[in-house]
Design a protein around this ligand. Structure first.
Ligand SMILES: [Zn+2]
Ligand SMILES: [Zn+2]
Length: 368
């Protein structure tokens, strides 16, 4: 038995998304079938659609889905038919990282999130008998219906719309989690956020929750910086060719206790490292090219007790952290809905363009 759905299929790298009918398999024993209500667009979808990480085509991308459970596999007990859920990344549940509450560092993180298939190589989608890659981030949520491992889903509240909640599963969790879970920003500290996109502004809001004294956002766009300021940045600086230390000096700041990079721009990271205070830490939470080297001054890292920290998905276990973010949202402390602009599913290519141009910080597709 299979079910008919509509999905935005990427038929070739660097192509456009084409909405077309597909067949979706029944969920396996540990999977759930979900009717997707909404899906955020994350920068990772865009870089993958251009060939990063060699994800195979034809493929359905999308990894910030939210929807309702339609059916569950026989071994699933965590959710039931009719439950609203938010989807997040995939992890195995059995490795050392997964059993010690470090799910983003799962041994199988790369194959489970980027091979666009189940771990046995099978896919849940097809069209006229031809295989279409599914399970991107365990979900492939640019589709009206998907199957996903039950481990990927977080139960959602019933009183907040799914088209608001959808992006919590990746970008927003990454920014906020980097600050709260991994860097563990302390009250009265100085925090520098490189980039004021969805991840960066989520980090700004989280740094405010943590009680940081100075929260500085650096970006190329005045509009993004204005929003960062509204949502908690105490200082914003437009990047204009000057070095990070010069930009900080222009606002009378000597250095930062915490720096979070959300840009993935190696030259900017290399430049920013020298602005770390003693005992400072720089967190790397974006996508970085493999062949680029990080340049750090050995002596100043050692003598000042400074650190560089890689961060995946905000070091967040979604089932714990997403409910926390929703609780901050309810208290008015984490207004992440301000980042969202909605698009209808059929306008996915326009939404991608708006995301790429920077006009929209977090496009969210509504499936109907
Ligand atoms: Zn694992
Ligand atoms: Zn993402």
């Amino acid at each position: 038995m299979s079910l008919s759905a509509n999905a935005a299929v990427l038929n070739e790298i660097s192509g456009k998304f084409t909405i077309q009918p597909i067949e979706v398999e029944e969920p396996r024993v540990d999977e759930v079938l979900i009717e997707i209500a909404a899906c955020g667009i994350c920068h990772t979808d865009l870089v993958v659609s251009k060939g990063a990480l060699s994800v195979p085509t034809p493929v359905v991308l999308g990894h910030e889905g939210a929807g309702k459970i339609v059916s569950v596999g026989s071994a699933v007990t965590s959710v039931a038919v009719g439950d609203p859920v938010i989807l997040s990344y995939s992890s195995c549940g059995n490795c050392g990282a997964c059993t010690s509450h470090q799910d983003p560092y799962c041994n199988e993180f790369m194959p489970r999130n980027f091979s666009a298939a189940r771990t046995d190589g099978s896919t849940a989608f097809s069209s006229k008998g031809e295989k279409i890659h599914s399970h991107f981030f365990g979900q492939s949520a640019f589709s009206t219906h998907i199957v996903a491992p039950a481990r990927n889903v977080v139960k959602a509240p019933t009183d907040i719309d799914l088209d608001i909640l959808a992006p919590l599963g990746c970008g927003i969790q990454t920014g906020a989690g980097s600050i709260l879970n991994e860097l563990k920003v302390q009250a009265d500290s100085v925090v520098l956020i490189l980039g004021a996109g969805a991840v960066g502004i989520s980090a700004v809001m989280a740094a405010r929750i943590a009680g940081a004294r100075s929260i500085i956002a650096i970006d190329l766009s005045e509009a993004r910086l204005a929003l960062a300021q509204e949502l908690g940045a105490t200082h914003t600086v437009r990047s204009d060719g000057r070095s990070v230390s010069e930009l900080l000096a222009s606002i009378n700041i000597n250095g930062a206790d915490y720096i979070l990079d959300t840009t993935g721009v190696p030259a900017l990271v290399n430049d920013a490292v020298s602005s770390l205070n003693i005992r400072g830490v720089i967190g790397l939470s974006a996508a970085y090219p493999h062949e680029q080297m990080m340049e750090v001054d050995f002596a100043s890292m050692m003598i000042g007790g400074r650190r560089v920290q890689g961060i995946v998905e905000g070091s967040a276990v979604p089932q714990d952290f997403i409910p926390k973010l929703i609780s901050y949202y309810r208290q008015g402390l984490f207004p992440f809905d301000r980042l969202i602009e909605h698009f209808s599913f059929s306008d996915i290519n326009e939404a991608v363009e708006a995301c790429e141009s920077g006009r929209v910080i977090k496009p969210v597709l509504r499936m109907r």
